[in-house]
Design a binder for this molecule. Sequence first.
Ligand SMILES: [Zn+2]
Length: 231
Amino acid sequence: MTLINDFMSLIYPRHCEACANGLFKHETYICNHCKLNLPKSNYHKNDQNELSQTFAGRVPLTHGLCFYLFEKSGKVQKLLHAIKYQDQKELAQFIGNLYAQELAKTTIKDEIDVIIPIPLHQKKLKQRGYNQSEWFAKGLATALEKPLDIHSFERAHETSTQTKKKKYQRWENVEGIFKIKEQNVLVKKHVLLVDDVITTGATIEAAWLALKDIEGIKISVASIAFAARKQ
Ligand SMILES: [Zn+2]
């Protein structure tokens, strides 16, 4: 494996996905300098955080978590861009793994029962070939030793009436975007919903509308980054 890596780095010099500097042999995806200096939220140390406040009165979150804070034109945006548009799904998994190492030091690890990534639109999934949130969730699930559930929850197919409705509505109708395939497996479970970026929280709110009637369900969210509304 090392031989292959060395050979590959001769042809394709490896660089940090955040700052573009060359990587040392022992570094993967993100250089050590960026690992230490990227803007972490540390929200797992404070439940009264800005992400949780975004959902106040909308979604009864147990924990609102994100690894990084989004800054326009910053290094976190570069990471997200690589994950979404440059086929860097393994980078998302790697970041999930990094974040899990921090979460594992808290009691949050013991509280979570199952990890569910927000499903992608069928159309987008076909275009991109992968769901970046699923790869981030995979990194979290492996390192936290939790089950990853990509079957119970899905995006509802958009009907033509929904499309029509949207055209004439001034605000987005979040109800009916997601649906549950397997209700029973989620009864009394603490679900960690995972998305790549959280901004207004509309997607998570839509997911909650589909989940909220399941008996005894608890919900927390985790994303790679959170873009506070002031930006
Ligand atoms: Zn770097």
